[in-house]
Design a protein around this ligand. Structure first.
Ligand SMILES: Nc1ncnc2c1ncn2[C@@H]1O[C@H](COP(=O)(O)OP(=O)(O)O)[C@@H](O)[C@H]1O
Ligand SMILES: [Mg+2]
Length: 228
């Protein structure tokens, strides 16, 4: 589903050029659970922005479901994001004074799904993250961090995207809560969702079935976990 070929990204600022990605190539198939791991500053978030069609590479090609998304316009990228990609961020990015259900149903408004169906799909997405039902009508700012991240995962899922991208999703959680969130990704992967998990922590990366190590904007190693 994902084919990156010699992707580079250079930021051009007023008085300097910052080369961040230096020729990244890899393929991720449907249904994989992959971690992209590397130290802070190695280019993980920059790569995630490209994978998520939030930004385009400077050079190289990116095929997502056989479509070359490396040269699309802003408007076309927005379409790809809406149809194919669910995002989970370190900082949750929820609307604090909206209910859990409303937060999760929000992406469906842009897809013009009717209200009743939005609510039903939001509930289903929330159930699949294991958030307890008595939280569904709470305001999102009344939740714990772990609960907020479940809501964010449900929001990423609700449009049934082919790809879920998570950038340091456990970065603001304590270890035990992070484990629970990582269990949720595992369950989603078992149901067939493709997951790309970005992290600088080995313990987190080891939850995936394959780890792509990046350093200084290049792929250092690409290891599939030995099946047990
Ligand atoms: N808009 C930008 N302009 C210039 N440099 C940037 C920009 N965004 C990120 N960088 C630089 O790119 C490098 C990689 O950043 P990032 O992709 O956020 O790494 P990571 O997520 O692995 O910590 C860093 O050195 C960062 O300072
Ligand atoms: Mg980052």
């Amino acid at each position: 589903m994902i084919v990156l070929d010699k992707i580079t990204k250079t930021y051009f600022n007023a008085d300097e050029e910052v080369p961040v990605l230096k020729g990244i190539s890899f393929t991720i198939n449907d249904g994989e659970y992959v971690a992209i791991m590397g130290p802070s500053g190695s280019g993980k978030s920059t790569l995630m922005h490209i994978l998520g069609a939030l930004d385009t590479p400077t050079n190289g090609s990116y095929l997502l479901d056989n479509q070359d998304v490396s040269k699309l316009s802003e408007k076309e990228l927005a379409h790809i994001r809406k149809d194919k990609i669910g995002f989970v961020f370190q900082s949750f990015n929820l609307l604090p004074r909206s209910t859990v259900i409303r937060n999760v149903a929000l992406p469906l408004i842009y897809s013009r799904v009717a209200k009743e169906e939005r609510t039903e799909r939001a509930r289903q997405a929330l159930f699949s993250t294991g958030l307890s039902e008595d939280r569904f009508s709470h305001l999102s700012n009344q939740l714990s961090g772990g609960q907020m991240q479940r809501v964010a995962i449900a929001r990423a899922l609700v449009t049934n995207p082919s790809l879920i991208l998570a950038d340091e999703p456990t970065g603001n959680l304590d270890t035990a809560t992070g484990e629970l969130v990582l269990d949720t990704f595992k369950q989603l992967n078992d149901k067939g969702h493709t997951i790309v998990l970005i992290t600088h922590e080995r313990d987190v990366a080891e939850h995936a079935n394959r780890i792509i190590y990046i350093k200084d904007g290049s792929v250092l190693r690409d290891e599939a976990k030995k099946s047990s």
